[in-house]
Unconditional design. Structure first.
Ligand code: F1P
Length: 347
């Protein structure tokens, strides 16, 4: 093992990243009926959370809409509290609230506030939490909690639980079968992803990083961006690839890393963008099923593959943290649970 990884191999964050094949297997083994709590009847699906859990909500909303064919959206928990009139429609809602700790005050308050608009479901790694108690139903993943401040396996397992719930509820055996391939794909990929992460993190030519993702992958790109930001205080942002051209590309320098969470199959306009950023001196890195810097492996479609993009990018953030001599388990200025002082509207 290289000295870079030796310096973080005892960290909680490393252990929790590498544990994902095991925790994913446990999540996929949960009772389908419990997982189906996230699937709506005739309600409108609204996903919510804070920080990483909000980005998780973004990805989950796109994937649920695709799998179930129902209206689905994602909002930060603070919007549920502060502008409910812009979140809830006249239709009954099913609010799915993500929280690793189950104690984030905005998310708990949002769940309580949502009860007058419809059903509420908690997805959490803390079964006996305030969120779990506040919701009508709770999908509990105690095996997937992170002790580290930054979310890694908790994020991917909560996403996987909702995806499996949608596949069960829609009776889609093909989607379920692909989800069941994820643990082995991750186990097989981790050693090579570590090597690539060390190489990219060690490139001295970048000091800012942009992450590109289309559809559900935009929520994943937001999470990858936040990981690097939280752990190293780097300047990072996430964009829908083609949106980058509409202004943000003015930020591009030859000291920029651009990471593309690429779908399988043809993505010509997105590949063109990556070609352009490389021509302007940026370091372009792709994460894709094949022919990529981070190769995710074949046999799993774009929908089911979503969780697989995270471990390589978690390792990238961890490698960069190690190179900076920072502690991945105690990122600057962050706590494992954010508690606000004073009253939060809607509680
Ligand atoms: C989520 C959260 C993360 C943040 C940090 C602290 O809390 O705010 O989004 O990145 O790890 O916790 P939770 O509601 O999911 O417990």
């Amino acid at each position: 093992m290289s000295s870079l990884w030796e310096s973080v191999t005892q960290s909680l964050t490393m252990r929790e990243i590498l544990n994902q094949p095991v925790s994913w297997t446990a999540t996929l083994g949960l009772d389908a009926a419990a997982l189906c709590a996230v699937a709506p009847g005739d309600e409108e699906l609204i996903f919510t959370g804070c920080g990483s859990s909000y980005y998780l909500a973004r990805a989950a909303a796109s994937l649920a809409r695709e799998a179930l064919g129902v209206p689905a959206s994602a909002v930060p928990a603070s919007d549920v509290l502060l502008v409910p009139q812009q979140v809830f429609s006249r239709r009954r809602s099913r609010l799915v609230a993500f929280s690793r700790s189950g104690e984030t005050i905005e998310t708990v308050a949002a769940c309580r506030a949502a009860r007058r608009f419809g059903t509420t479901v908690a997805v959490t790694c803390a079964a006996d939490s305030s969120l779990s108690a506040a919701a009508d139903a709770s999908v509990n993943l105690p095996h997937a909690g992170d002790e580290s401040v930054v979310m890694t396996q908790s994020f991917t397992n909560m996403l996987l639980a909702v995806m499996a719930g949608c596949a069960h509820a829609s009776g889609d055996a093909a989607r379920l079968a692909e989800l069941r391939m994820l643990p082995e794909s991750a186990r097989a990929g981790l050693p090579e992803w570590q090597r690539t992460a060390e190489e990219v993190a060690g490139d001295p030519h970048w000091s800012q990083a942009f992450f590109f993702g289309t559809g559900a992958y935009y929520g994943l790109a937001c999470e990858a961006s936040l990981k690097l930001k939280e752990m190293t205080q780097a300047v990072t942002e996430a964009y829908h690839p083609l949106e980058f051209r509409h202004g943000p590309q003015s930020l591009l320098t030859d000291r920029t890393l651009c990471v593309h969470l690429r779908r399988g199959g043809p993505a010509g306009s997105e590949d063109d963008l990556m070609g352009d950023v490389r021509k302007r001196g940026a370091l372009g890195v792709t994460v894709a099923p094949a022919e990529a810097d981070f190769c995710l492996g074949p046999g799993i479609g774009d929908w089911a593959r979503a969780p697989l993009y995270l471990p390589p990018l978690q390792l990238l953030a961890l490698a960069r943290t190690a190179l900076a001599g920072l502690d991945p388990d105690r990122p600057r200025g962050l706590t494992r649970v954010v508690t606000l002082s004073g009253e939060v509207a809607g509680q």
